[in-house]
Design a protein around this ligand. Structure first.
Ligand SMILES: Nc1ncnc2c1ncn2[C@@H]1O[C@H](COP(=O)(O)OP(=O)(O)OP(=O)(O)O)[C@@H](O)[C@H]1O
Ligand SMILES: [Mg+2]
Length: 364
């Protein structure tokens, strides 16, 4: 999978910008606040039709009416034109100039694997952060999962509304609650199985990736902690009283969690900043292998400020690895001082300055 070019119109700090990417590693160098993350955000939005940090209207350049991101991508040797238009009223997604109304049919047209500084919250942050991360990563790889997740969310919302209604009115007829609960249980069963398989699959690659990046032999696993493991229907039904009291569904995939476990202890309480970064990186590299397994193509890596807190050995290891994979990588940094010359000569280097992106070298 490759992004051949990207055209931005009134997106964040860019008025009109075209950029032609190299097939391998692309470095984006620029000072703080120059617009490096904004460019990654555009690609992220093009792929997932959502922003990772903000409300969509904030993506439109100040004092402009709409924003457009357009790109020619190659997937399985097929050229496709992706386009997203963002207005104050909402967004429009198009493939080959035909509008794709259902987002689940658009998402996944290209697969991106991103590393953002805020992704470190998946170790230290809340279960919600971890669920969001995994759902996003996995959702773009597997449409069935994304669809089931949407289904689950609708059922959950209906059930919670009903719980509130029953609880507020003291009605004792649970027929409708039974029906929704059965449907929710079926969906929960599917989601937990999807997640279990996905995580088990990721763990198959994780240890190797972690060992490679960290140069140590510590055991490292990403554990799935479902809030209900099995017998979903009876479990849900056994909690009616509690759910009616709380007016919400207290267990289920929407309360699942994941743990990063290193040498049998939780990483969030023990690992250093750099180690945590390596763990998240190992996880995204493992997930990228799952993409490869499924599509026989490498996803596009978007790495934002990945070098900070990594020593130069690890910086070079990571970039060398991605260069050898021949995975298209777009990576932001404030400088290339630590990167080996041989890697830089195999890459494309862009300079971000004065709201403009300029190519520095002709390689790639
Ligand atoms: N909607 C917008 N319209 C115009 N400019 C914007 C908009 N949103 C953000 N900006 C500008 O973009 C700049 C931030 O860019 P960005 O976050 O991409 O910087 P960066 O190069 O990643 O910096 P750092 O090295 O600190 O991470 C800010 O200066 C901000 O003013
Ligand atoms: Mg940035």
């Amino acid at each position: 999978m490759k992004i051949n070019n990207l055209e931005l119109y009134n997106f964040r700090n860019y008025s009109k910008q075209e950029i032609v990417f190299g097939k391998g590693v692309n470095f984006l160098i620029g000072e703080n606040g120059s617009g490096k993350t904004n460019l990654l955000e555009a690609i992220y939005f093009l792929s997932l039709a959502k922003s990772y940090k903000t409300n969509e209207v904030n993506l439109i350049k100040y004092n402009s009416r709409f924003s457009r991101i357009q790109s020619n991508v190659t997937v399985n040797d097929k050229l496709q034109k992706l386009k997203v238009i963002i207005t104050e009223k909402g967004k429009k997604t198009l493939i080959n100039d035909v509008e794709v109304k259902k987002l689940s049919n658009y998402i996944g047209a290209i697969n991106v694997i991103s590393f953002l500084p805020e992704d470190l919250t998946i170790i230290k942050g809340s279960p919600k952060d971890r669920r969001y991360f995994i759902d996003l990563m996995y959702g773009q790889i597997d449409r069935q999962y994304l669809k089931e997740l949407t289904n689950y969310k609708i059922l959950l919302k209906q059930r919670n509304e009903l719980l509130k209604k029953l609880s507020d009115s003291n009605i004792q007829d649970f027929t409708l609650l039974d029906v929704i609960t059965e449907q929710l249980a079926d969906s929960a069963d599917l989601i937990v199985n999807f997640r279990r398989n996905f995580i088990s699959n990721a763990n198959g690659y994780l240890k190797k990736m972690y060992r490679f990046l960290s140069d140590n032999n510590k055991s490292f696993v990403f554990e799935y902690k479902p809030s209900i493991e099995k017998d979903f229907e009876s479990q849900f039904k056994s909690k009616y009283k509690n759910d009616l009291y709380l007016k919400t569904t207290s267990y289920g995939p929407h309360r699942d969690d994941y743990d990063f476990v290193i040498e049998n202890v939780l990483a969030k309480d023990n690992a250093s900043q750099g180690e945590q970064r390596i763990m998240v990186l190992a996880l995204i590299l493992a997930i990228s292998e799952i993409v490869y397994e499924k599509y026989n193509e490498r996803p596009i890596f978007l790495l934002d400020d990945v070098f900070s807190e990594l020593d130069s050995v690890r910086q070079n290891k990571l970039i060398k690895y991605l260069t050898e994979l021949e995975a298209q990588t777009i990576i932001t940094t404030t400088g290339l001082e630590n990167i080996e010359k041989t890697i830089i000569t195999q890459s494309k280097v862009f300079k971000v300055q004065n709201n403009t992106i300029r190519e520095e070298s002709q390689n790639g």
